[in-house]
Design a protein around this ligand. Structure first.
Ligand SMILES: [Ca+2]
Ligand SMILES: [Ca+2]
Length: 226
């Protein structure tokens, strides 16, 4: 608390000298500025978001705070939480200043190694492409009308992921069949005379149906003689 006194008395008070004409009980001493700080939490696994409790007392007039978090980051808002990204021992230091005063406090933060999820080890499926008649060198041959059975049902996934089967029978680039069931991994198609291309693709999918890997595909030539 500052009491209004003649300037001479104020100066005398600050200098701890009782000046002439200044009653002793009106001696004014500059209050000591002090700061306390606490980290909440003060330890935990990375990344660790820490809030700071900074207490300031004895400030004459407005004060400002400079924060050095100890990990290279700094700031001026003591109320702002700070996230420590990596493990280590840090000292967060707060410097409180007014026009005439300065005080400092520090608090320790211990960040332990984080329990980051292990990197994805999901494997692509093991695709097995079969056809009846058998495709010698990727070419299925026969006479019209030729019934061809395409079969990917022996495919497996090392992770047990669901498999999605896609088939294009008629050489137009668009899949004619797609799905996850036994009715989708094995399909028959009747070919008229001519030369056709068919494409079978396989993918492993997650619970949301999202592909986990690039499609694995096999392209067949279907040569049908009259
Ligand atoms: Ca997989
Ligand atoms: Ca098609």
């Amino acid at each position: 608390m500052t009491r209004r006194l003649p300037m001479a008395c104020v100066l005398a008070g600050i200098l701890a000298v009782v000046g002439a004409g200044c009653p002793e009980e009106e001696t004014v001493t500059a209050p000591a500025l002090s700061a306390t700080c606490e980290a909440r939490p003060s330890s935990g696994p990375a990344p660790l978001a820490v809030s700071f409790l900074v207490g300031v007392s004895g400030a004459e007039g407005p004060f400002s705070v400079a924060v050095s978090y100890g990990d290279g980051a700094s700031g001026t808002n003591p109320d702002a939480p700070h996230t420590y990204a990596t493990a280590g021992s840090f000292t967060a230091a707060f410097t409180v200043t007014t026009a005439t005063q300065s005080a400092r406090c520090s608090t320790a933060v211990t960040v332990e190694p984080g329990t980051s999820p292990s990197p994805s080890t999901n494997q692509p499926p093991k695709a097995v492409f079969k056809s009846t008649p058998d495709a010698a060198g990727g070419t299925i041959r026969g006479t019209a009308s030729l019934s061809v059975r395409f079969n990917m049902c022996a495919s497996t996934d090392p992770d047990g992921d669901r498999l999605y089967f896609l088939m294009d029978f008629d050489d137009d680039g668009g899949f004619d069949s797609g799905g996850t069931t036994g009715a989708h991994c094995r399909r028959d198609w009747i070919y008229a005379a001519g030369t056709w291309k068919a494409r079978n693709c396989l993918r492993d999918i997650d619970a949301n149906g999202k592909a986990l890997h690039e499609d694995q595909c096999k392209t067949y030539s279907v040569v049908v003689t009259p």
